[in-house]
Structures are given as structure tokens and as C-alpha cells.
Design a protein around this ligand. Sequence first.
Ligand code: TYD
Length: 205
Amino acid sequence: MTTGRFITVEGIDGAGKSSHLAYLAQAMRARGAEVVVTREPGGTPLGERLRELVLHEAMETVTEALVMFAARREHVVRVIEPALARGAWVLSDRFSDATFAYQCGGRGQDRRAFAALESVVHPGRQPDATFLFDLDPAVAASRQRAQQRTPDRFEREDEAYFRRVREAYLERARADPGRFRVIDASGSLEDVRGRLAAAFEAFAA
Ligand code: TYD
């Protein structure tokens, strides 16, 4: 039986979701819950090895999507489901919405085929809430440049790619308004934090 809650955060690279993860984890702990913070691709020893490959090794696009789902299967079975079963809150930095946004939206992979695979990888499981940090890709790119770290394979994609990724995220949010909380990620860190806090409190109330 599931008693915990499964929360995911999503958004294009540079939208700022990583900056807000610690805040969300702390807000959950303040409610007295055990909180498991995890990420995709990754979250398990095998998943982290797959992450290294998929972020840095050139591969064909269907292969790329399959690696995302392979890492996700390990994550679901070994981390997410056991944590939810013992009543923990699971906070994951990305989940399947990222595959539909980056591989289907960004790279044109077939959504229906991957929806079928999704039902094999995490049958009957979707996040209870997904906080989507939404930002204009041009602004996200300038934030990325300011960070000056070495970009991975996805971060090197052009603005047109991130426009497609953003649109695919927003399309998923429109299709499932009960699950998605779209956070306007423009403005200062404090502005975004305020919007996130309001959305989280509304969800957790
Ligand atoms: P990200 O959370 O951006 O890691 P970091 O903040 O450390 O750079 O995730 C890594 C990348 O993986 C990101 O560019 C999006 C990509 N990704 C996909 O393309 N498909 C997926 O299914 C997932 C989970 C991530």
C-alpha cells in the first residue's frame, strides 16, 4: 500500500529548478515527513552510471530514450516504490515528463510508443504533483552562460530545441492540470521561491 507522496520537479535547463530543490525538501521535512531526495537520470548506482553515459556519450535518439527508461526502471523499483511504501515523501529532480519533453518534444520521438513503455516501467505510478519551472529559453540560456560550467550533451542544444522542449512540457501540463503546478521561473530567485512556496502550500494543505 502506498502512503507516501511522490513529487517531481521539471523544466528546461537553466530554468532554475535545482536552486529550489533544497527549499522544497525542507518544506516537506517541516511537515514531519521522511523525505527522499533523488534525481533522474540517476538515483541508483546503476542509474548514475547510465546518467554518465547518456549525458556525455553520443548515441542514437531512440537509444537515448531507452537509456532514460532503463535508468528509470531501476529507480522506480529500488528507490521510489520502497520509499513510498514506507510512507516517505519522494522528491525527484525529473521523471518521465522529462523524456516526453526532451526526447519526444525536443528530438521528435513518438509519444504513443513511449507512453506504452512508460506503462511497463512504472505501471500505475505517476507523481502526485509536478512543479514545472517555466521560462523563456533565451533567458534560460543566458542564465546557463553566467554559470560558466562545461555543458553536457543536452545543454549544448540550440534554442529551437529548448523551445520544443518547453512547449512539450506545457502541453503535458495542460493535459493534466490536476497534477501539474506551473511556476513562472522569470524574475529573481526570491520571486520564484515565493511562487513555489505558494504552490507547494496549496498542494500540501
Ligand atoms: P538535469 O536535472 O538538468 O541535471 P543538472 O542540473 O545536473 O544538469 O538533468 C540532466 C539532463 O538530462 C537534462 O538536460 C535533461 C536530460 N533528461 C532527458 O533528456 N530525458 C529524461 O528523461 C531525463 C530524466 C533527463
